[in-house]
Design a binder for this molecule. Sequence first.
Ligand code: ZN
Ligand code: MN
Length: 137
Amino acid sequence: MKEVAELLKAKGLKVTPQRIAIFHMLCNTVEHPSAETIYKSLQETHPTMSLATVYKTLDALKKAELVQELNVGEDSFRYDAKVHSHPHLICLSCNHVYDLHTDLLQDLREKVAQDTDFELFSEKIYFYGICPECQKK
Ligand code: ZN
Ligand code: MN
């Protein structure tokens, strides 16, 4: 928790219990939760925190580049404390969002730069499908 407060401070953000709680949660999950999911999961420990506060806090964390927002389609946003560019897999059945661990991205970047003469800064890559768990159902 202390580290989380330090990270907030380093980015010039005022350290509030809400910011610590939300950022701490995002740093300790691989689930890519939505604002609603974050709100629900913190209700027990932070019963006075409103959904509006969760949105406002996510906005501040996003602007400070401590979290990234993933647009997973149909105005649905998910949050990730891993801010470096990395590909995601999205299950269209359970809506889980997974990190894709691959070393193919470096090759892809080089190929795209070569083929287009673009000076590339970033990319957003999403794969959509049905996860192994949902295929069993
Ligand atoms: Zn699934
Ligand atoms: Mn991710």
